[in-house]
Design a protein around this ligand. Structure first.
Ligand SMILES: [Zn+2]
Ligand SMILES: [Zn+2]
Length: 1013
């Protein structure tokens, strides 16, 4: 190292260059992630086109005279004759298929949550022709907002607007609700307020209840139950939507296996029983509900852990129960049932067919007699359509005297007409979409689908013709056929044969059209993905080049002898990156990282044993790592803060704590909260005294602010616990203070400390004297920011927070001492020689490879923290409840910031802020003060550490991206790989942004007086 003059010059250069490098990398990563996301997350153009009743005359389905008969000017009939007068849709959010279907449909022993809605099974069994249970299959992503959009528009979801799940925008596309409103039919809604976000002004009457607070199991359900019974007795609505959220929330907080789930399902069973009783009472001729159809359905399923969003069968499969109050005169021939029911003859147990959610909108539009939404690509489902008696009564003919079979002919004929309109509508949409959107359909595929339409349309326009090959097949369909005379038989058979053929033709066309749409909108933009991935790979190259160039800057010397630790660090990154290709390793990433960190600890132990120093610390590191693994990864799916409150209702467990239980509970609370918190506070204050304290006001702020923050958060928790236990009556005012004010004070203390650090240090740096060691200032700044933020982050992390925070602090302390960058690995034998040759000061034995090894360990600790604080890379692994600590209301930016602080705070932001500790060392300031006093040297070392760290993160994120691209056809792509990609991409950007902030902040700490020398 040259004189102080040259170091000043270098440090200025380093600052500007490092900052521009990180800014450049941030831009590269953003561009790469944007390009990849564009190709990977699917997009579909939403067309602002709407169906209207008069459109149908453009279709070939109504001849001029039929049109005159079928439609009237008053608009009383639209595209189809309404087959039901009213519909009640009861949505049970996150209703698993096995909640509804009989347990005999599933292998193994019946589970606790099965057969808890027996009313639906009974109704389906007793009313074969008018009631059915369907397996209702959603298209992923299986989030409520996406599903409600899909159910009402009949379109396919786009993955991109999953981001809107927080602040849902109104639906701009044509949809079922809008069609009903346009026809003057009133729609009433109660329950989940997501409906209000989608349809802000469509409902004639709405009773929305807040859906965001997943801890709240009852507000929505109780509200719906209160509103639904009076509504049933009123006649001023055509569609009633009641959306229950309890099952979803119980799943999110307690999981499916919880007894609370059974309790919830039993509650719904009672509600449905009562609703059905009211409907049955009013279903007689002329009754209020004569023409009513009841639908009980889920919007999506959930996994056993209560998650949803992905594409696993547990998540996409939900149930739909439909019952028409009027019995239809006939039953659908089994060849129109979906697999597997088309195979089975009617047996004891009702067969369950599959119904795609895509078809819901078109079928309901046809049943309610409104135009099918413009963008629907679904088809009118024969089984659901046939349940309504209205679909069996043909407009033109009546065969009431000819018995069962002629009803089938009538129904087929009516269904054929509906499918004709349905097919024309889908054809119109496909044409409109391909002309008006940028990424239309591939020409050849579109032409193929359109030719199918042309074929069936020409077939439909021909007169019915007998096909003898169908005769034998039809014989068993029509039991009474033999009793009819030969002429009638021939006539009937030829009719049925012709109709069947046309109907199959239409269904075939509609299926192909839906397949085309699915292929298009679930089609990945491979070009964009390759482009994005290339940009990410390029960023790694930039990183690596920057690192290698930083290493040859004049102040460093090269030691071309990488040690064992370096090779292991490379191996660790390789193992970690490689494991991302496998779905089971992504699930177990927390364990993988803890294992790698333990391996690293064993290497340190080996080095320590060889060197004869630091052995207790190496052992302590291993123990701490074990502690993190066992405490952090247990109960990884459910936050103990929420499952601690096992009260379904406030009065559910009335004063059931015995004194001994209470003592043991408070002892545990003390051990897990007070002990770690006070140790942390003690550590911080002790450390604050030891490090160089430039500013006394900051010292005072830390000494009083941090313990106060910890006290407030402990007060918040204990008051909440006591209030939940109902043992002690807490004054309402104090309870509210502890619940709302305490957390807000903790946030304020954190913000205040960080702000104070920034302002004091920046104003002081201009007046600073010559001999201020930069390294000392750094440690000071990091310590204050850390201790300031710790209150907020521990509060957000919940009850496990204090323990994990203490373990993490101790673990990092051990790690810093163990790697110490100076004592790492064998010394270069010729280092002193090189140093003396170049007349360099000996600052410590840092070489490039140990930087890399140290940052790999640092990264492992960061990733370990992510998983040990109860996070997972899935959308439902987000701790939504953390966003509401201290607040009751939802504001997008405030709650978003809290959620981000909970998700990325401990594992992404703090490690970036604390990274310079690798250079300065947490403990060894006094020994290192000599080297630390050289600003230029420290700046360069910090730059190197950030470049190394950024490189490791960029490699991991790029590998994740590549794995997602490779696995894009994987069954779990939406369940696992896509969320993992989103988390890693977001995480990388968060790290990049905070690296830029940290570099600006730390480099502005450098004493400027030196530069003038
Ligand atoms: Zn839902
Ligand atoms: Zn949910």
């Amino acid at each position: 190292m040259g004189g102080s003059g040259s170091s000043g010059v270098v440090s200025v250069g380093v600052g500007a260059r490092v900052l521009s490098l990180f800014f450049y990398l941030l831009c590269l990563h953003s561009v790469g992630i944007f390009l990849f996301t564009r190709g990977f997350l699917l997009t579909r153009t939403e067309l602002p086109l709407f169906s209207s009743c008069s459109d149908v005359f453009d279709s070939p389905c109504l001849s001029a005279d039929r049109g005159a008969q079928g439609m009237d000017d008053k608009g009383r009939k639209c595209w189809t004759k309404s087959a039901i007068q009213r519909a009640i849709i009861i949505i049970i959010d996150a209703l698993r298929f096995d909640f509804v279907a009989h347990s005999s449909n599933f292998p193994g022993e019946p589970q606790a949550w099965m057969d808890k809605l027996p009313v639906l099974q009974r109704l389906a069994r007793e009313n074969r022709n008018s009631a059915r249970i369907f397996k209702f299959v959603a298209d992923p992503p299986t989030t409520t907002l996406q599903r409600l959009k899909g159910l009402t528009t009949g379109g396919l979801p786009t993955f991109v607007d999953i981001g809107h799940s927080f602040g849902a925008p109104a639906i701009v596309e044509d949809n079922l609700i809008l069609q009903l409103v346009r026809r003057g039919k009133k729609v009433r809604m109660m329950g989940d307020d997501t409906w209000m976000q989608l349809f802000p002004s469509h409902f004639s009457e709405a009773h929305p209840f807040p859906s965001f607070n997943v801890k709240d199991l009852h507000t929505v359900d109780d509200g719906v139950i209160r509103e639904i019974y009076p509504a049933l007795l009123q006649s001023d609505w055509s569609l009633l939507i009641a959306h229950f959220l309890g099952v979803d929330h119980v799943g999110h907080i307690f999981g499916v296996e919880s007894p609370l789930m059974v309790e919830k399902l039993e509650q719904y069973n009672r509600v449905i029983e009562e609703v059905v009783a009211v409907l049955e009472k009013e279903s007689g001729p002329g009754g209020l509900h004569e023409g009513t159809m009841l639908l009980v359905m889920g919007d999506h399923g959930q996994t056993l852990h209560g998650d949803h969003g992905g594409g696993t069968s547990e998540e996409v499969e939900t149930a739909l129960f439909a019952m028409a109050m009027q019995n239809p005169p006939g039953s659908l021939p089994s060849n129109f049932r979906a697999f597997p029911c088309n195979m089975a003859q009617e047996e004891q147990k009702p067969c369950i067919s599959t119904l795609p959610q895509l078809d819901f909108s078109a079928t309901m539009a046809a049943l309610l007699g409104v135009a099918i939404p413009f963008g629907s690509v679904g088809r009118v489902n024969p089984e659901l359509y046939a349940l309504a008696a209205g679909t069996w009564l043909s407009i033109n003919t009546s065969h009431a005297d000819e018995g069962h079979d002629s009803h089938t002919v009538d129904w087929l004929s009516a269904y054929k007409d509906v499918l004709c309109i349905n097919s024309w509508q889908v054809k119109r949409y496909l044409e409109a979409y391909s002309t008006s959107s940028i990424g239309g359909f591939p020409a050849a595929d579109l032409a193929h689908v359109q030719s199918l339409y042309a074929t069936v349309q020409s077939l439909a326009s021909k007169p019915l013709r007998q096909d003898p090959s169908q005769l034998t097949y039809l014989d068993h369909q029509f039991d009474t056929l033999a009793e009819l005379d030969a002429k009638k038989r021939e006539e009937l058979v030829s009719k049925v044969t012709g109709l069947t053929k046309v109907v199959y033709g239409y269904l075939n066309y509609l299926d192909s059209a839906a397949d085309l749409a699915r292929a298009q909108w679930t089609q990945f933009g491979d070009g964009w993905m390759v482009l994005g991935l290339s940009v990410l790979v390029a960023s790694i190259v930039v990183h690596a080049v920057a690192l290698s160039r930083a290493m040859v800057l004049p102040m460093d010397w090269k030691c071309r002898r990488p040690n064992v630790k370096f090779y292991f660090a490379l191996l660790f990154v390789g193992i970690h990156a490689g494991s991302l290709l496998s779905n089971s390793y992504i699930i177990g990433e927390g364990q993988v990282v803890c294992f790698l960190l333990a391996s690293s600890g064993i290497l340190y132990l080996r080095t320590s044993l060889q060197g004869g120093s630091n052995v207790p610390k190496a052992i302590l590191f291993l123990i701490l790592n074990g502690g993190m693994t066992s405490i952090g990864l247990v109960e990884i799916f459910k936050d103990p803060a929420t499952s601690g409150q096992h009260t379904l209702r406030n009065n559910h467990f009335p004063a059931s704590y015995s004194p001994t239980m209470l003592i043991s509970l408070s002892a545990t609370a003390f051990a897990t909260t007070m002990l770690p918190l006070s140790s942390l506070a003690w550590l911080i204050i002790r450390r604050a005294r030891k490090v160089y304290m430039y500013s006394h006001s900051l010292w005072w702020a830390v000494t009083f602010g941090v313990p106060l923050a910890y006290f407030l958060l402990a007060l918040h928790w204990f008051t909440m616990d006591l209030a939940a236990s109902v043992v002690i009556v807490i004054p309402q005012m104090f309870k509210e203070f502890a619940r709302l004010v305490c957390p807000r004070l903790v946030y304020s203390i954190s913000l205040g400390l960080v702000g104070l650090t920034a302002s004091l240090i920046s104003t002081n740096s201009t007046k600073r004297g010559v001999s201020v060691p930069f390294g000392g200032l750094l440690v000071e700044a990091i310590l204050i920011v850390f201790s300031g933020l710790s209150g907020t982050i521990i509060l957000l992390l919940g009850r496990k927070g204090p323990t994990i925070a203490l373990l993490a602090v101790l673990e990092v302390w051990c790690l810093l001492d163990l790697q110490g960058l100076g004592s790492l690995g064998p010394k270069c034998p010729d280092m002193d020689k090189v140093a003396s040759e170049r007349k360099l000061e000996v600052n410590g034995e840092v070489h490039s490879e140990s930087h890399f090894a140290a940052t790999v360990d640092w990264n492992l600790v960061a990733v370990q923290l992510f998983f040990c604080t109860g996070h997972r890379c899935t959308f439902d692994g987000l701790h939504y409840t953390a966003a509401f600590i201290g607040f009751d209301d939802f504001y997008f930016y405030r709650q978003g910031a809290l959620l981000a602080a909970d998700t990325f705070g401990a594992s992404h932001i703090l490690p970036v802020i604390g990274l310079p500790l690798l250079i300065t060392g947490a403990a060894g300031m006094s020994q290192k003060m000599y080297s630390m006093s050289d600003t230029g040297y420290v700046s360069l070392e910090i730059a190197k550490a950030y470049i190394s760290y950024g490189l490791v993160r960029a490699i991991l994120a790029t590998v994740t991206t590549a794995c997602v691209a490779l696995q894009r056809r994987h069954l779990m792509v939406w369940g696992l790989f896509a969320p993992k990609y989103v988390f890693d991409a977001l995480g990388l950007l968060v790290i990049d942004i905070f690296v830029v902030i940290a570099v600006v902040f730390y480099f502005s700490l450098r004493p400027r007086t030196r530069e003038k020398i």
